[in-house]
Every structure is written in structure tokens, then in C-alpha cells.
Design a protein around this ligand. Sequence first.
Ligand SMILES: CC(C)(COP(=O)(O)OP(=O)(O)OC[C@H]1O[C@@H](n2cnc3c(N)ncnc32)[C@H](O)[C@@H]1OP(=O)(O)O)[C@@H](O)C(=O)NCCC(=O)NCCS
Length: 193
Amino acid sequence: MIEVNVDNIVLETKHLILRAFRADDLSDFNAYASDPGVGEMAGWTHHKDLAESQRILEILMAEKKAFALELKATSQVIGSLGIEYLPAVMPQAFHGLVGRSLGYVLGRKWWGRGLVPEAVDVVVEYCFNDLDLDFLTCTYYLENRQSKRVTEKCGFKPVDVTVAMTRWGEMKDSMLTVRWNPRAGSVPHAQLC
Ligand SMILES: CC(C)(COP(=O)(O)OP(=O)(O)OC[C@H]1O[C@@H](n2cnc3c(N)ncnc32)[C@H](O)[C@@H]1OP(=O)(O)O)[C@@H](O)C(=O)NCCC(=O)NCCS
């Protein structure tokens, strides 16, 4: 079992600083997390008020597994990228291997600039080189073409259609995708479907 702790980790891309969330991110966090339809694409409901954002921000800071995406140009936090636990049920080929799942969200006004693929690339490097994970997964609802494109651009390959439950209890068909650590020579590189 590996431990993920993004406190004191700072990653940098061309346009972004990836760092742990801080209490003073509340206003920026609330700005994108309260936008109806954005969180829903990732399976959570948009925040109804600042108090809800405050509560969730405290959870993010305590769990230490999500990076805040800070835009270098303005120092605003415009989204997040989490190194999350794997889905409860994984195909047989993954059993006995060490992996995590990436989850991401970006404020609507910054969509389409390649910012999340930029962040995913640097987090993949961190997970493979520093955490020594065997593989990473990403799961998106089948209708989420935006997230599908992120996985494609970042070298994740489709594995299987699964069912994932949203925070509001709806079961949705989802695509499980995987990217293997190239150093893990003994793991199955062949796709499963
Ligand atoms: C998925 C998400 C993180 C992508 O981030 P991003 O930085 O915009 O990613 P990209 O710039 O690579 O854009 C990905 C695709 O989104 C689509 N897209 C871009 N701008 C868009 C817009 N304004 N509206 C709708 N779709 C748009 C394009 O098809 C693009 O693919 P392309 O580059 O091949 O044209 C972002 O759309 C988002 O936060 N969505 C809501 C939360 C979510 O879906 N999280 C993932 C859950 S699995």
C-alpha cells in the first residue's frame, strides 16, 4: 500500500503550479465548484453555497491526495487533480499490482486550452517515478467526451465499460482506462478489450 501525501509537493508545467490546497483557496474553489454542470460531469453535485465549499475544502486538505491547479498567470486556483483510490472492483489483470486513479476538474472558463492534459502529464510522471506505481486509471462517464479526450491525449487506453455510481446515486455506464508504468516490465501491457 503506498501513501499519497501532496503536502510539500510542488509540480510545475508551462501554465500551472500543482500544489496542496490551502484555506485561502476557498473563494477560487467555490467559483468553479459552484458552477452547475461542472462537478456533475465528474459525479458530484455543484456546491450550493460557500459553507459547502468550505467543508469540502477542509476534507481535501485533510486527505492530502488532491493537487490544486494554480494558474501561473494570475495565481488563481482554477481546478483540481486528485490521486484517488481505485474503483472497488478492478479486472483480474490488475490484482496484486499497485495503482491509483486520477480524477480532475477545471473551471469552465478555462476549458479547451489543454491545461488538464498538461497537469495529468506531470502527475503521471510523479506517480510513476516518485510513487513507483505500476499503473494509473481514469474513469469517465461514456457521454463525457471532454474527459475521454484528456485520457486519449495523455496515453490512457480503454480497458472496459463499467458502471459507476454518482454522488446522487445514479448508476452510469463508464469507461475504465489505464496507463501502465513503462518500467513495470512484468505487468500486462496488452489491453483487456
Ligand atoms: C474534462 C476537463 C477536465 C478537460 O479539461 P481541459 O483542460 O479543458 O482539456 P482539453 O483542453 O484537452 O479539452 C478536452 C476536450 O474538451 C472539448 N472542449 C474544449 N473546450 C470545450 C468547451 N468550451 N465546451 C465543451 N467542450 C470543450 C474538446 O473536445 C477538447 O478536445 P480537443 O482538444 O480534442 O478538441 C474539463 O472539461 C472539465 O473540468 N470538465 C468537467 C469535470 C469533468 O468532466 N471531469 C472529469 C471527470 S472523469
